[in-house]
Design a protein around this ligand. Structure first.
Ligand code: NAP
Length: 261
């Protein structure tokens, strides 16, 4: 399917690895010009090289910086001549017991998973509307739909973003060609998931493979998702074909969520 977004400019945040990278690759394959960000320069450079090697006609730029800071966002925006497509992403907050989280932990989670995406939306959507085309995809989490107690920081901050987006997506921006949606990953095979599995392995004395297999067995598809599958869904949401799709929370979890809706 021709996605109709060749030559558009995309800012894909937190994209040297994992799900963000999956989205950047899928967009670049469509000939989209892509600006990718991450804090670590080494992995970022490798990803920029991989994106360029696709040779699909688009330009690729890498910006090293922390997207949860004003300076990091300003540098990312400065590298993107215009933002037609914004993919919001950042690292997830750590798990834990809410009794041990002080105000600083909450502020860090809100900065990363609620306020940074809102700041980037604020900086870009009015210009998108003026041009009559815009796509915002926020990478959130399956935990927004099915909260996990030890992920309280994530549940709280991402739910705040989700509530904000639900209103904004239905504002006058919608009639001016700007769609805003959230993609909710279940368990995807990325560094983040491997770190979580390694933590459980060290706590229980079992191997990472064993813990991973046990977790995968709870998913109807009996496996973890792949970042390229996540990227394909993101690219579709950014396409001309998804023009009538806005304000949605789309779960990609191999069927793990057990409800009808
Ligand atoms: P990942 O494999 O660890 O990759 C995270 C990427 O984001 C890296 O490129 C990292 O590079 C970058 N990054 C992290 N914090 C950043 C920051 N403050 N500024 C700029 N770049 C930053 O993680 P992932 O699995 O793709 O997860 C992406 C998001 O989805 C996270 O919020 C995660 O909690 C959420 N999620 C993931 C899963 C899953 O199963 N994988 C499930 C539910 C939700 P640097 O470290 O160099 O900055």
């Amino acid at each position: 399917m021709e996605l109709g977004i060749k030559g558009r400019w995309a800012l894909v945040c937190a994209a040297s690895k994992g799900l963000g990278k999956g989205c950047a690759l899928a967009l670049a394959r469509e000939g989209v010009n892509v600006v990718v960000t991450a804090r670590g320069a080494e992995a970022l450079e490798a990803t920029v090289a991989e994106l360029r090697a696709l040779n699909a006609g688009g330009e690729t730029r890498g910006v090293a910086g922390d997207i949860t800071t004003e300076a990091g966002r300003a540098a990312a925006l400065a590298a993107c001549p215009q933002v037609d497509i914004l993919v919001n992403n950042a690292g997830g907050p750590p798990p834990g017991d809410f009794r041990s989280w002080e105000r600083e932990a909450w502020i860090a989670a809100l900065d990363a998973n609620m306020l940074a995406p809102i700041a980037l939306i604020k900086a870009t959507v009015d210009a998108m509307a003026e041009r009559g085309f815009g796509r915002v995809v926020n990478i959130t989490s399956a935990a927004v739909k099915a909260p996990i107690d030890i992920l309280g920081l994530s549940n709280g901050a991402r739910s705040g973003l989700t509530g904000f987006v639900a209103g904004l997506a239905r504002s006058p921006l919608a009639a001016r060609g700007v769609t805003i949606n959230n993609l909710l990953p279940g368990a995807f095979d990325t560094d983040r998931l491997r770190v979580t599995l390694a933590g459980q392995a060290s706590k229980t004395g079992r191997s990472i493979d064993e813990i991973g297999a046990q977790r995968a067995a709870t998913i109807p598809l009996r496996r973890f998702g792949r970042p390229d599958e996540f990227g394909a869904a993101c690219a579709f949401l950014c396409s001309v074909h998804a023009a009538y799709l806005t304000g949605q929370n789309i779960l990609i979890d191999g069927g793990a969520y057990p409800g009808t809706f």
